[in-house]
Design a protein around this ligand. Structure first.
Ligand code: G1P
Length: 296
């Protein structure tokens, strides 16, 4: 296989977002803002900053707001221009100018593996990234860029992993791994993968988090992967199948990850990003202190 640079990132975004009802009854969970930027835009900006310039969004019913968000808004641009709000204008233009978006519908919600499978024609015969936008990673260099650097070295699938506490392990795909002295620190050779194991069956504390670099042979593996007990095709099981025919790698990245897919994680992410914003961090910090001290 000729080695190409990673040009495409798949964003599965067809999930119903039931954990955030009623907020997500009529708007996609990917559009909930962390301060003033929708969750999914953090992932798209990470992809762009990692050298990826084609975004393939896997959507479903009720997700039009995502398409509109990344499209040009002529009315909004004209309005901002006429009011001289040029900084804001540059902000709204930034993404739609720099990156190509393509959309594919998942149809039936048959799991993450299925979401990846429906991008087969759009991805074609090249290695690509998958970003689960719920996992927002603040990192420099960007998390995906760190993974691409590993891919450039190993030329095989690379999964992003993180050590998680025992009590959380059964919410994740978990890897078994072996040390390989030829690999840099934090990079592992995967020997097995299990999707959401009961804690006593987890092969390690290294959980897969929402970033993958995949090779196009994953599609044939997913085709051959049976649905699990819940009726879904799991990406983890597709990777397990692929592991029979090629090495798979995992790497830890340097950065801070927030799981915005649950309420507490979402609130932590809002707080974290608000405290990083020079325009509001001072008064926000004071406010948090007064709440914690019972003055509000
Ligand atoms: C999915 C994957 C799981 C992975 C997780 C990372 O699960 O199936 O292997 O660990 O994303 O966020 P989900 O969170 O969609 O249930």
């Amino acid at each position: 296989m000729t080695i190409t640079r990673i040009r495409k990132a798949v964003f599965p975004a067809a999930g119903l977002g039931t954990r955030f009802l009623p907020a997500t009854k009529a708007q996609p969970k990917e559009m909930l803002p962390l301060v003033d930027k929708p969750i999914i835009q953090y992932g798209v900006e990470e992809a762009l900053a990692s050298g990826v310039d084609n975004i393939l969004l896997v959507t479903g019913r009720g997700k039009n707001a995502i398409e509109d968000h990344f499209d040009v808004s002529v009315e909004l641009e004209t309005f901002l221009e006429s009011r001289g709000k040029l900084e804001m204008l540059a902000e709204v233009r930034k993404i739609s100018n720099l990156i190509n978006f393509a959309y594919v519908r998942q149809g039936e919600p048959l799991g993450l593996g299925h979401a990846v499978l429906v991008t087969r024609q759009l991805v074609g015969n090249e290695a690509f990234a998958v970003i689960l936008s719920d996992d927002v990673i603040d990192a420099d260099p960007p998390a995906l860029k760190q993974m691409i650097d590993v891919y450039d070295r190993v030329h095989g699938p690379v999964l992003c992993v993180e050590r998680v506490p025992r009590e959380d392990i059964s919410s994740y795909g978990v890897i078994a791994y072996e040390p390989d002295p030829s690999l840099p620190a934090g990079v592992y050779r995967v020997t097995d993968l299990v999707e959401k194991p009961p804690v006593e069956q987890a092969p390690s504390d290294l959980a897969i988090i929402g970033r993958y670099i995949l090779t196009p042979d994953i599609f044939a593996s997913l085709e051959e992967t049976a649905k699990d007990r819940t009726g879904e095709i799991q990406l983890t099981n597709g990777l397990r199948h692929l592991l029979r025919s090629r090495p798979i790698y995992a790497c830890e990245v340097d950065g801070v990850r927030h799981d915005t897919g649950n309420k507490l994680g979402f609130l932590k992410a809002v707080t974290y990003f608000a405290l990083k914003r020079p325009d509001i961090s001072g008064p926000f910090r004071d406010y948090l202190r007064s709440v914690l001290e019972g003055r509000v």
